[in-house]
Ligand binder design. Structure first.
Ligand SMILES: [Zn+2]
Length: 280
């Protein structure tokens, strides 16, 4: 299965705010211990079973929270199993439900220091972007450190600061073992690649983001694409097609195992950024 991406969801915020069931997606497994659990097709959230509690990556928007919680229960887990909530970046579609999930689970919230500052200084570009969504206020309990892994049970997550889409966008890499054949898979999730915040028009209107972030994104892509990733996961399903294989996962089948996808995905996002700047 070669790399493919799909068109963006139309009117996602209004759909999720007023008709969330129209974008509803049942939870599905993507790796030996990881499930797609946002409950909706616009934003991805992932639940990782560490053997000593769960790690949740992103929460989706506040309005689709019930779909996230429903997904967790459908898999046979409980919200209180979640010990750590990792936020990829400070946009409302990834962290709008963070406060409610913290209250429900008692988990610690992680985010980057850079995006915490961005969120505090610039709410209109982070939490309060869309009138149809009503994100909840939250504070992180911990900041990421690229030289300190996030450890829980048998999972060790490497966080990597990957600015561009926001000031402190954070990507995640971790290893999981196939319990059937003992194979080890490196899993990669880029925290944010949307070109919408890397255009000249965006920078003209922004109080916070500057073209230096776009330069950083392009520079980082050179080494990011070289990171060996066996299973590449998107932060929005339109970035890397995964919904097409929902429900097909078995340990023997591994429908998302493809070592070419990560580099192709990074290359595609570089192409999109260069296209808006007139570079080739
Ligand atoms: Zn974003």
């Amino acid at each position: 299965m070669a790399f493919r991406c799909t068109p963006p969801v139309k009117d996602p915020v209004a759909s999720l705010a007023y008709r969330p069931w129209t974008l509803a997606v049942r939870p599905f497994q993507v790796a030996p211990g990881t499930w797609y659990v946002s409950g909706q097709s616009w934003v991805a959230c992932y639940l990782i079973d560490t053997g000593a509690g769960m790690i949740l990556i992103d929460t989706g928007i506040a309005e689709s929270l019930y779909l996230l919680v429903d997904s967790i229960y459908r898999l046979g887990f409980k919200p209180e199993d979640i010990k750590k909530i990792l936020i990829s970046h400070a946009h409302f579609d990834h962290c709008g439900g963070a406060r409610a999930m913290k209250e429900l689970t008692g988990a610690e919230i992680y985010m980057s220091r850079e995006d915490w500052k961005f969120m505090k200084m610039c709410r209109e570009e982070t939490l309060e972007v869309d009138k149809d969504s009503h994100p909840q206020e939250f504070s992180p309990d911990r900041f990421y450190s690229d030289d300190k892994r996030i450890e829980l049970g048998h999972i060790s997550v490497r966080s990597v600061l990957t600015p561009g889409h926001t000031a402190g966008c954070t990507s995640f890499f971790w290893e999981e073992e196939n319990p059937v054949n003992g194979e080890k898979y490196q899993i990669g999730l880029h925290g944010g690649v949307g070109v919408n915040t890397m255009t000249d028009d965006y920078y003209k209107a922004s109080r916070y983001l500057t073209p230096a972030l776009r330069d950083r994104f392009l520079a980082d892509a050179v080494w990011l694409r070289e990171i060996p990733v066996d299973i590449a996961l998107p932060s929005h399903p339109n970035q890397i097609e995964i919904l097409d294989r929902a429900g097909q996962y078995t340990h023997e089948n591994q429908p998302y195992l493809d070592r070419a996808v990560w580099a192709e995905f990074v290359d595609e996002r570089v192409r999109q950024v260069k296209a808006v700047t007139g570079q080739t």
